[in-house]
Design a protein around this ligand. Structure first.
Ligand SMILES: NC(=O)c1ccc[n+]([C@@H]2O[C@H](COP(=O)([O-])OP(=O)(O)OC[C@H]3O[C@@H](n4cnc5c(N)ncnc54)[C@H](OP(=O)(O)O)[C@@H]3O)[C@@H](O)[C@H]2O)c1
Length: 314
């Protein structure tokens, strides 16, 4: 089978890779589409190599964290031919930039029936991560003031919609020319980060979800409400803020979607089918055009995910 292989910080499309064999709780999936996201860029640079080596994730294909596809070899929950979407364990899991994937059934769910493979591959990790952040860590509900920093990217487009499903008031922070798009997604207010610095806002927020990984707690504490919570998306970059929780300041929350979550993925699929949640793919590239896809990922102004088409959908 074909897959993207990373060697010396360079990615190459190789053929002749072994099709993985599913174990215990796993199914074999023929991958149809996969996304690429900022973590893939860090993986290519080698930033995860030590973790991969230490925790059993040193696979030939190292990039690709979410996908849509078709069940080839079934197990207990899914049947051959089912259309599924899902994500992989960042450290240990086989990655999705390859034609076949063996994956634990807990990391996948049936695709929303109203989406095609391209749309479905843009959905799982972004929607699930923001659902975990806003529901489990943020306990967001009616009237909660939520600020989403980095609102037009792969996670942001879902964070706005999930916060609105729970009844929150949403302030979205993004670059130029995104206001109309983000208001249409449900934002109550949009701030252009090139014109205003959120640290100077006079309003207070119950939840500040930072999808840019640029912010530190001390910079934003003045715009947090009394019991407000800061939820950064990169635990490693905010390690000091998280450690400060030990000394009583329990305002920074640890966000890490590692385990499988079939129930929440299924909830997301139902929201899509009910028209409460829309999926956003910024662009879609052929597998052979993977370099162009990675180039698009590095550009500013994207809306949602960059997708690569890996296999045929028949
Ligand atoms: N903890 C977890 O379990 C978990 C799971 C999934 C993802 N993540 C992490 O979550 C982060 C976000 O992922 P993503 O896919 O949403 O990334 P993304 O698509 O690159 O989105 C980031 C957004 O931030 C915006 N931005 C850049 N500079 C900004 C600034 N100064 N102020 C406000 N917004 C700014 C970008 O807008 P422009 O286009 O204008 O630059 C972009 O829309 C990544 O670091 C990813 O690794 C964590």
């Amino acid at each position: 089978m074909k897959g993207l292989v990373v060697e010396n910080s360079k990615i190459t499309l190789k053929d002749g890779l072994d099709v993985p064999s599913p174990k215990n709780n796993e199914v074999l999936v023929k991958v149809v589409c996969a996304s690429i996201n900022p973590t893939d860029l860090d993986i290519v640079k080698g930033q995860y190599d030590l973790f991969f080596k230490l925790f059993g994730g040193d696979h030939l294909v190292k990039t690709g964290l979410e996908f849509s596809g078709v069940i080839e070899a079934e197990n207990t929950r899914f049947k051959k031919g089912d259309k599924v979407f899902g994500y992989v364990d960042l450290i240990r899991g086989l990655k999705t930039h390859q034609e076949y994937l063996a994956i634990d059934e807990d990391y996948i769910a049936l695709m929303p029936s109203n989406l095609n493979f391209e749309q479905a591959a843009a959905l799982p990790l972004g929607a699930l991560t923001t659902l975990v952040a806003l529901q489990d860590l943020g306990q967001v509900n009616k009237g909660t003031e939520v600020l989403i920093n980095g609102a037009s990217g792969g996670l942001g487009v879902y964070a706005i919609q999930v916060a609105k499903i729970f009844g929150a008031r949403v302030t979205a922070v993004a670059g130029p020319n995104q206001e109309e798009f983000l208001m249409n997604l449900g934002s109550d207010q949009v701030i252009n980060y090139q014109k205003s610095n959120i640290k100077d806002l006079s309003e207070k927020f119950d939840i500040l979800l930072d999808l840019t990984t640029n912010l530190k707690f001390k910079e934003i504490k003045n715009i947090l409400a009394k019991n407000g919570k800061f939820i950064p998306t990169d635990p490693l970059k905010n390690m000091m803020d998280l450690l400060s929780n030990i000394f009583g300041n329990k305002k920074t929350r640890l966000l890490y979607v590692g385990q499988g979550n079939y129930e929440k993925l299924t909830q997301i699929a139902h929201w899509v089918e009910e028209g409460k949640l829309n999926t956003y793919g910024d662009s879609c590239f052929a597998f052979s055009d993977y370099e162009k896809a990675f180039q698009r990922l590095r550009e500013k102004g994207k809306r949602g995910r960059v997708i690569i088409k890996i296999g045929k959908d028949k």
